[in-house]
Ligand binder design. Structure first.
Ligand SMILES: NC(=O)c1ccc[n+]([C@@H]2O[C@H](COP(=O)([O-])OP(=O)(O)OC[C@H]3O[C@@H](n4cnc5c(N)ncnc54)[C@H](O)[C@@H]3O)[C@@H](O)[C@H]2O)c1
Length: 319
């Protein structure tokens, strides 16, 4: 298959590219490199440094003639979306529409969209995991934009485009950017490696669903061929909640840190509980998460340790 991955130089997108290349597909990448890095991109994929908002997207899609577009490019910082909602909408709504318009002009068969379960469902009741029928209560411009694109996709589907929406939980693993505000695992690891005490906001009992990136990649491989006659919207999470305190303890077992976390006041608007029920993905894709939190943390820690020097060089910090 010919596949175009937008955001393919970023954390999840580049891992998805690797998964598609390994499965024998011909892969091209669109990324403006605002957050991603060419070093993340498989040598067997062509990289187009193009902004998803630009008119050049049309020429890339015309030249690559993909069967499938996997749309991962996004402004991913929730807090920034609150501060700069126009920018967030330009990239996450208008940029996505630009990609969808090019897809329909050039007879792309299927679009896979990286959406978010964590942000669009909003607060969940204690003890529960949200299935795809959970009410959507987006609380940030980022979440509103993701949900809006899901709705736009329904329109394109009616026009003949096959669409698969993957609503990710909290994804972690190699290549996650520790400098942003998302990605608590990467941030904790970066702090440990720098000998700095990590911050836990609030009491640390807020619960998240941490899913390892290789499992997310397998879901993206399954999404290439899942029958899509009906709308396909799938949670990609583990169904298990882990508090931030418990995450720290699990990571400490792996990393044996010489630092310990300190608490700062909870951030306004932070969700207390977010856990996704993956039953539908199991039924439709035969997908279930294969990597335990302990194993995923071990692999992620090993990757960050092995790449720590590169990271320091990128930051321009003394080595
Ligand atoms: N990381 C998570 O836990 C998580 C959870 C839910 C959904 N998602 C979604 O998954 C996707 C990938 O997220 P990620 O965590 O890998 O983030 P990331 O920042 O590593 O990847 C996003 C990529 O998009 C690129 N990009 C940003 N703006 C662009 C633009 N205007 N034009 C072209 N490229 C642009 C960036 O350079 C980057 O490489 C995003 O759509 C995100 O919303 C991520």
């Amino acid at each position: 298959m010919r596949i175009l991955v937008t955001g393919g130089a970023g954390f999840i997108g580049s891992n998805v590219v690797d998964g598609y290349v390994a499965a024998g597909h011909e892969v091209a990448v669109v990324d403006d490199l605002s957050a991603g890095s060419p070093a993340n991109v498989s040598r067997r994929a062509r990289l187009h440094q193009v902004d998803v908002r630009s008119g050049d997207i049309d020429a890339v899609v015309a030249a690559e003639r993909p069967d499938v577009i996997s749309h991962h490019a996004a402004q991913v910082n929730v807090r920034r979306s609150v501060e700069e909602p126009m920018l967030d909408a330009e990239v996450n709504v208008l940029g996505s529409l630009n990609v969808l318009e090019a897809a329909s002009r050039h007879n792309v068969r299927r679009v896979i969209f990286a959406s978010t379960g964590g942000a669009i469902y909003g607060e969940m009741e204690s003890g529960t995991a949200a299935d795809e029928g959970h009410p959507c209560r987006p609380q940030s411009p980022y979440a509103v934009a993701k949900l809006a694109v899901e709705h736009y996709l329904e329109g394109y589907r009616a026009g003949g485009l096959e669409t698969v929406v993957l609503r990710y939980a909290n994804v972690y693993g190699p290549r996650q950017d520790p400098h942003g505000e998302a990605g608590v695992v990467a941030i904790f690891i970066q702090r440990i490696l720098g000998g700095l005490n990590p911050v836990i906001f609030g009491d640390g009992e807020q619960v998240r669903d941490f899913v390892y990136v290789d499992d997310v990649v397998r879901a993206n491989v399954g999404a290439l061929t899942v029958p899509a006659g009906e709308p396909v919207v799938l949670n990609i999470g583990t169904g298990h909640g882990t508090s931030v305190n418990a995450l720290w303890r699990a990571l400490a077992t792996v990393a044996q840190p010489g630092v310990s976390p300190y608490h700062e006041p909870a951030r306004a608007g932070d969700i207390l509980r977010s856990v996704l029920d993956p039953a539908r993905a199991r039924a439709l894709l035969g997908w279930s998460p294969a990597v335990t939190l302990e194993d995923g943390l071990r692999r992620t820690w090993a990757w960050f340790v092995a790449n720590a020097d590169t990271d320091r060089e990128r930051e321009g910090a003394p080595t």
